[in-house]
Design a protein. Sequence first.
Length: 220
Amino acid sequence: MEFYVPGRASARMAADHEARYRFACQWADGRRVVDAACGSGYGTAMLAMAGAELVVGVDRNEEALAYAEEHYASDRVLFERGDVQRLPYRRRFDFAVSFETVEHVYDHRALLRGLYDALEPGGVLLLSTPNRNVTSPGRSPLNEHHVREFSAREILGELRAVGFRPQSVAGQRRQPRMPGAQPQRVYARLMRPAQRSSPEVRPVGTVVVGRIVVIVAVRG
């Protein structure tokens, strides 16, 4: 399993990871937060620094959790070992974060149901995942760690299926929407938008797509 450690990854990966957590910090103040698949815990700590009452980071990777405990644990930042496909919480949190997780699991519906159950009614979920129409158009995921990738429409449908009400769709590493899988692959090869475009989370629409889809949804 891959996980990101500050200072040990490419500049592009660092920028993408940190931009997502900066975006998430606007919902953190005063809230109880679960960070599903927290990895090395740096983002979990960022949410606490943004004013969260409590942040619980969950991951099954022992190496990642050991790093997180050593560098980021505090009175308001806790780490727990667990499978995010079987989150045990019931209405414990006001805000849930799940970045670059759903594409890694075999039972994505179980992950989404667990996040739904973990939230109080009206709680907010912030989820990101690669947009398969950009990262692997017309083919299986190129990343060996990814079980399944989703288009924006597909992941929105999956969220609605478990009861979430999507509120907005944004993206990272935005680029023009191409008319089909082959033009999308050619554009990516020639223009290299994954390297050249901005990591900041910004709105997408009918003519602009993101390499990473970022969705804000509310528990009904």
